[in-house]
Design a protein around this ligand. Structure first.
Ligand code: ZN
Length: 97
């Protein structure tokens, strides 16, 4: 979604630049260039970047919480120290039986 917004924004800005070049060549009467098109393009790019940043931030927050109790833990870990130890102890017990 974020990537699509960014791509569409870049295309709109590129189209605006193409219109600007056409205006230089054929004169302002032949090619009406609106600055609002540039605004729309830049807004789309900004929205895409903001959405991508939000998604990444949300994923980072979701990753740094214990799967059982929800305590903050280092990035990449699944459980907090207590629950990590519990899980290993349970695995050991089940293998012993
Ligand atoms: Zn925990």
């Amino acid at each position: 979604m974020a990537a699509i917004l960014r791509t569409v924004g870049i295309v709109v800005v590129a189209a605006w630049l193409a219109l600007l070049l056409a205006k230089e060549k054929f004169g302002p009467e032949a090619v009406p260039v609106t600055t609002s098109l540039l605004g729309v393009g830049l807004a789309l790019i900004a929205a895409g970047i903001a959405l991508g940043f939000l998604g990444r931030a949300r994923a980072a927050v979701a990753r740094s919480r214990c799967a059982r109790c929800g305590t903050a833990i280092p990035r990449g870990d699944v459980y907090c120290r207590q629950h990590f130890r519990d899980t290993i102890d349970k695995m050991r017990d089940s293998q012993r039986k």
